[in-house]
Structure formats: structure tokens, C-alpha cells
Design a binder for this molecule. Structure first.
Ligand code: ATP
Length: 236
């Protein structure tokens, strides 16, 4: 049994079905990318896993069926969802946002160490530690969103379009930190990205979604070797 396994998952908004039998398998410490056109259901797949949308089918996480648990309980089990559009608390400072990320934890010393680690990972945040999240640049807000999610000590991170709206060099900077985070903290990750070059820099495997179904699944090398994938997602 994989660390995370989706079996024949459907999801709908009201009566409108969006995922039509989605399957996915992720080993512990693995990272998988989800590629697909706008509206294919990438965000909805992440919402299905974190319990933010109504689903049918099985979603097994670390041996438990988590389908229907809802976002609060999936977060408690160690799933950190970093939604598109950042999700930081704008009125609070960078430090306060990081502390909010750790609010379920009682290991105060380790929390302090992890804040230092986040600031080492994202030196831009160290310089802005007292600034309110609202005053940060788009790139810094995205760094804070990732760092805040890390502060909860998750076992699985769901990253949704983390590079969206960022300048290419900033997107690269954020992804270099995500690669380091993956290497140093033994997190599992699902990476949804329009920018497939960035996604492929982190993941081992990827799936291509089309209208709510996985139409291709393979290792990074397999998918990068396919003409259709290169043309659609890698610019030739
Ligand atoms: P994008 O890159 O545009 O975010 P996506 O692959 O992440 O695309 P989803 O956001 O999962 O796609 O959306 C899949 C479908 O579900 C789309 O047709 C979208 O319009 C619809 N949808 C998404 N969110 C909602 C919602 N809250 N209520 C109703 N329909 C929604």
C-alpha cells in the first residue's frame, strides 16, 4: 500500500462532477507532479485529498481512508495544502504567520529551530520578519505560504501553482527552496504547476489530467521523453 492512494475518486461542486474516477499513487517521501490544461481538475484533486470538496471513492493516506474527513482533520493527520493565491494571514507579521503554522505543536524549542530553518531556506523572509504579510512582494508571500505550511510539520505537502504570477527568477528561487525542503525534511509532495519545467525539477513522477481523469502517468524521464508532453508543457 502506498503512502497516498486515490482509487476511482470522483469530486463535484454541487451537482457538477469535475473528477471522474481519478487514481493516483504516491510512495512515502515521493513527489508527483500534476499537469493539465486549465479546468482539467488539478486544483480539485488537491481539494479532494485535503477534504475541501465532496468526493466518492477511496483516498487512503498512511493506511487510513481519509475521504470525507474535511480540511481540519486532514491537516491534523499531516496534510498541508498550500492553495493557489498564497493563503497567508495578511494582518499578521511574517513571524506571527510562521507561529500560526505551528499552533498545534507543543514542542516550543523545535518550533524555534524550525523558524530558523525557514529563514535559512528563505533569506528574503528573514529580512522581512517583522513586516506584515500584506506588505510582502508576491514572491515573498509565496515563500511565506510554503514556510508556514512547513511549520505544521506535515508529512504531505500539496502545492498548488506555487509559481503563479511570479517573475521567472523568483519562481526558480522558490522551487530551489522546495527542492531543498524535500531533500532535507523527508516530505512527500504533490506539485500542481502550469510551469512544467519547475514541476519536473522537484518530482520523480507526473500525471497528466484531462477533464477529470489521469490520461498519462509515468516517471519524469518517461513523460519528458514524450513528444506530446514536450509540446504541450515544455515549450517544444
Ligand atoms: P486551473 O489551472 O484553471 O486552476 P485546474 O486543473 O486546477 O485548472 P480546477 O480548478 O480543479 O481545474 O477546476 C476544474 C473544474 O471545476 C473547472 O471546470 C472549474 O470551473 C470547476 N470549479 C472549480 N472550482 C469550482 C467551484 N468552487 N465551484 C464550481 N465549480 C468549480
Amino acid at each position: 500500500m502506498s503512502f497516498l492512494e486515490l482509487e476511482d475518486v470522483t469530486a463535484s461542486y454541487g451537482h457538477v462532477p469535475v473528477l471522474h474516477g481519478m487514481s493516483l499513487s504516491l510512495p512515502e517521501n515521493g513527489a508527483i507532479g500534476i499537469l493539465g490544461a486549465n479546468g482539467a481538475g488539478k486544483t480539485t484533486t488537491l481539494r479532494a485529498i485535503s477534504g475541501m470538496v465532496k468526493t466518492t471513492g477511496r483516498i487512503m493516506f498512511d493506511g487510513k481512508n481519509i475521504a470525507g474527513l474535511g480540511p481540519y482533520r486532514t491537516a491534523k493527520l499531516g496534510i498541508a495544502h498550500i492553495p493557489e493565491g498564497r493563503g497567508t494571514l495578511p494582518q499578521l507579521s511574517v513571524r506571527e504567520n510562521l507561529l500560526v503554522g505551528a499552533y498545534q505543536r507543543r514542542d516550543r524549542k523545535a518550533v524555534a529551530t524550525d523558524i530558523d530553518y525557514c529563514l535559512d531556506l528563505f533569506p528574503n523572509l528573514e529580512a522581512r520578519i517583522k513586516a506584515s504579510a500584506a506588505a510582502l512582494s508576491g514572491g515573498e508571500q509565496q515563500m511565506l505560504a510554503v514556510a508556514r505550511a512547513f511549520m505544521a510539520k506535515p508529512r504531505l505537502m500539496l502545492l498548488d501553482e506555487t509559481s503563479l504570477g511570479l517573475a521567472p527568477t523568483t519562481g526558480r528561487l522558490v522551487y530551489d527552496a522546495i527542492i531543498r525542503l524535500r531533500r532535507e525534511s523527508r516530505l512527500s509532495m504533490i506539485v500542481v504547476e502550469q510551469n512544467a519545467v519547475l514541476a519536473f525539477s522537484v518530482v520523480d513522477e507526473a500525471i497528466v489530467l484531462e477533464t477529470g481523469r489521469a490520461v498519462l502517468t509515468g516517471s519524469k524521464a518517461e513523460l519528458m521523453g514524450m513528444d506530446a508532453v514536450r509540446r504541450a508543457y515544455l515549450g517544444g
